[in-house]
Design a protein around this ligand. Structure first.
Ligand code: ADP
Ligand code: MG
Length: 594
């Protein structure tokens, strides 16, 4: 056969092998298009597992009559213009190949009317060729029917599984989209019978009730965790539901993961969820979970595979541990405060994964006061740095000798605005600034370590360099010993350049440059002659402290308050700003006119 260029249709039919493997893949592409078009109601009709008919109607934007034919040509998309747009992608589609490929391997019928137009369009495509194209009256939105899928690609048709299998795939798929888009109302009809319906209330829980049944849903816990930005991951939100140990399955297929509204398949992240149940579920049992990850589109590459079900993360390890932490946190919490039931034991093998060992914070606040006093440890190590990998973990000092109480014993009620902790004590209500309070705690521990002539723990880091102006460098030279005292290892590396090889272990992340620069700027602008070392300590404690905007778990808040209760000056931060507001019971009663 002479060499020849394949026709567009043949190319599309070959490509169909990648994009549309089975009826469920067609459903997936069409649903994504409806969602991208802003639909709030999506109705899916299936006959014979999708072989005979797949029809999707939506009330989205519709397609402009001048663009209908174009939408069905290869590489036609309204969603991106260049590869750069992928970095800020907010739509599910972008490859511009679904409609053309699907139409190449089926008999496709589309009726659509754009919101801004009075008249719609009806078009029929047979095996990729337009057979009919005419104006038509239609409600705003789009109805696409795919008949006789793969009729012209017998090889693919042969590989289709049983109708029941295809039905199951489609139902799973629709359920997953309903979970990812709880504000969209989905209905699925198989051979004239309703197979699934969501009611578009916007609550993921409502969708789950439909998907797993109310009884099972009662056996699920809500996950909600904002992972604060850290150096290698600029913030991540994890939310959804995971099952309690009594509600489990024999395989992992009920662990559904979504990234920015996109259902993904990722065996590593699935493993993160399974691992969070270590010691909670018996071997061979797997949880039911629906978990949403939200992170900046820059952090995820969705253009890995034509089905877009695989994604690549910039920082897979950070995502892995964030997900695992979020799940583990609710499981541990559900066992009740201080319960050791699900608490990781020291010898748990986390398989090299970074899950923080929070057992000290978990048990801390259940130990009654007297016992705590008696069990006073002899070890006087001044502070125990939190898990390196986890800036949210509040450093606790299990080995610290107990200092006298300076605040009454407080009970944490909750967190407000991810900034303040509300606590209750014998004398009324306390509103505690989480950052200021933690700053105070760390500052006192650092000071204490200094007074006791202890060297502060350091963490070796990959060498990085600090470039300064010659004026800054002159100043910096005088500070090197003070920096060394708090745990920075610095060397001159060039005329105005310094190499940083280690940083205080207390500081989160692995990038010492921002804090070094902040300290330097502060000292350069300093008018008064306050002790330099003191200023450096203040900076380090402020950088190490939990930030405003960071959601804290109950046990983290309680641990923080416990430590604040024994600070020398619990009511102000190192710079003198108040850490807390106190309202006595009388004051509250007065204000409320009792
Ligand atoms: P992609 O979704 O990757 O852009 P498709 O081939 O799936 O590529 O769709 C091509 C184009 O057709 C889309 O970019 C969109 O403009 C339009 N389109 C497809 N389906 C719909 C729909 N249900 N509602 C409105 N517009 C649609
Ligand atoms: Mg698409």
């Amino acid at each position: 056969m002479p060499i020849q260029i394949l026709s567009d249709n043949t190319v599309a039919q070959i490509a169909a092998g990648e994009v549309v493997e089975r009826p469920a893949s067609v459903v997936k592409e069409l649903i994504e298009n409806a969602l991208d078009a802003g639909a709030k109601n999506i109705h899916v009709t299936i006959e014979e597992g999708g072989r005979k008919l797949i029809r999707i109607s939506d009330d989205g934007s519709g397609i402009l009559s001048a663009e209908v034919a174009l939408a069905f040509t290869q590489h036609a998309t309204s969603k991106i213009q260049s590869v750069d747009d992928l970095l800020t992608l907010h739509t599910l589609g972008f490859r511009g190949e679904a409609l053309s490929t699907i139409a190449a391997v089926s008999r496709t019928n589309v009726t659509t009317r754009h919101r801004k137009e009075d008249l719609g369009t009806q078009m029929r495509i047979e095996g990729g060729d337009i057979a009919q194209h005419q104006p038509a009256g239609a409600p705003a939105g789009t109805v696409i029917s795919i008949e006789n899928l793969f009729y012209n690609t017998p090889a693919r048709l042969k590989f289709l599984k049983k109708v029941a299998t295809e039905k199951r795939h489609i139902t799973t798929l629709i359920t997953r989209y309903a979970m990812a888009y709880p504000d969209v109302r989905f209905t699925l009809e198989h051979d004239g019978r309703e197979a699934f319906r969501s009611n578009g209330t916007g609550a993921l829980g409502d969708v789950l009730v439909k998907a797993v049944g109310l009884e099972n849903f009662r056996q699920m816990l809500e996950v909600e965790r904002d992972e604060p930005p850290r150096e290698n991951l600029p913030g991540l939100r994890v939310f959804g539901y995971v099952s309690l140990p009594d509600f489990s399955r024999s395989d992992r297929t009920n662990i559904a993961l979504f990234v920015n509204g996109r259902w993904i398949q990722d065996s590593s992240l699935t493993y993160a969820v399974v691992q969070a149940y270590h010691m909670i579920l018996t071997d061979g049992r797997y949880p039911v979970a629906t978990l949403m990850l939200e992170l900046s589109p820059q952090e995820v590459d969705v253009n890995v595979h034509p089905t877009k079900a695989e994604v690549r993360f910039q920082n897979p390890n950070a995502v892995f541990s964030a997900l695992q932490r979020a799940v583990r946190e609710v499981l541990v919490k559900s066992a009740g405060p201080g319960s050791a039931r699900y608490a990781p034991t020291k010898d748990v093998d986390w398989g090299g994964m970074s899950f923080p060992q929070r057992s000290s914070t978990q048990t801390e606040f259940t130990v009654p006061e007297q016992v705590e006093q008696r069990a006073r440890p002899s070890n006087t190590e001044s502070f125990n740095t939190a898990d390196d990998d986890d800036p949210t973990a509040i450093p606790v000092g299990p080995g610290m000798p107990l200092k006298p109480r300076t605040l009454p014993m407080l009970r944490v009620v909750g967190q407000v605005g991810a900034m303040y902790i509300i606590a209750e004590g014998p004398a009324g209500m306390y509103l505690i600034d989480q950052h200021a309070a933690h700053d105070r705690i760390i500052y006192e521990k650092l000071k204490e370590a200094f007074d006791g002539d202890e060297t502060l723990p350091q963490r070796e880091i990959k060498m990085c360099t600090l470039e300064l102006t010659s004026k800054e460098a002159r100043q910096f030279d005088q500070l090197i010993t003070s920096f060394a005292q708090v745990g920075f290892t610095l060397e001159r590396f060039g005329p105005n350049t310094y190499a940083v090889r280690a940083m205080p272990e207390l500081l989160p992340g692995n990038n010492p440059l921002p804090v070094l620069k902040a300290i330097l700027m502060d000292l350069l602008n300093q008018k008064n002659d306050q002790n330099t070392l003191e200023r450096i300590i203040q900076h380090v404690s402020s950088h190490a402290a939990v930030k405003a905007g960071q959601v804290l778990a109950q046990d983290e808040m309680q641990s923080l308050i416990r430590q604040l209760e024994r600070c020398e000056e619990p009511r102000s931060d190192p710079r003198g700003k108040p850490t807390l507001l106190h309202m006595s019971g009388d004051q509250i009663a007065r204000e409320l006119g009792h």
